[in-house]
Design a protein around this ligand. Sequence first.
Ligand SMILES: CC(C)(COP(=O)(O)OP(=O)(O)OC[C@H]1O[C@@H](n2cnc3c(N)ncnc32)[C@H](O)[C@@H]1OP(=O)(O)O)[C@@H](O)C(=O)NCCC(=O)NCCS
Length: 190
Amino acid sequence: MGVTYYKRFRMELSLRGFARACVELPEGYELVPWHESLLEAHADVKCRSFAGEVDSQVFPCLGDAGGCLRLMREISNKPGFYPEATWLLMHRMPYVGRIDYCGTVQAIVTRERFGLSIGGIQNLGITPEHRGRGLGTRLLFQALSAMANSRVRRASLEVTTQNSRALELYQAIGFRRTKTVYKAVEVAYT
Ligand SMILES: CC(C)(COP(=O)(O)OP(=O)(O)OC[C@H]1O[C@@H](n2cnc3c(N)ncnc32)[C@H](O)[C@@H]1OP(=O)(O)O)[C@@H](O)C(=O)NCCC(=O)NCCS
């Protein structure tokens, strides 16, 4: 066994100005608010979004269906779980009408720093075939705006530095690095 260290940035963003932000989606896409009956759908989208991506090496549970289901149960049972900022993205195929869930985001709110609330974004994911259309940005905006509407002052998240697509997205929205951490992951040598 060996250990690989993944460099990760903790990033934060002031939510001032995000309240009442209106998210418009391309045709065929809809935002679906959290309901506990959607737990398995969130887990499934999470698995399809993270499989084969660098974060499934950093957090192996993200790489398989059972791990994603356990993680979703864990997140939704946490005391700070924030349903208002937890969303699924749905795609309706034109003419056929068949629907497919293609994006997920969740949030956990904690009290920090002089009693102010900070909202932690968890596992933003867009399935591969729907990427590059601004959906990840819009889904994150939706979660940030929901938190800002409930007077959460700041948002935070962690991103693996190798994940340049996610890092660029967060920087473009205005997230800034506040800390660098290293996540140790055990790897089996073959
Ligand atoms: C990260 C992720 C959510 C982005 O979703 P997306 O819908 O493709 O993102 P967007 O279309 O909103 O793109 C936002 C920005 O990301 C960056 N980006 C998008 N596609 C990119 C690509 N192919 N190459 C490099 N950067 C890219 C760009 O900065 C882009 O801004 P621009 O469109 O103004 O140039 C998606 O790639 C994903 O689910 N990845 C796997 C799971 C993951 O790693 N999640 C993040 C955990 S921290």
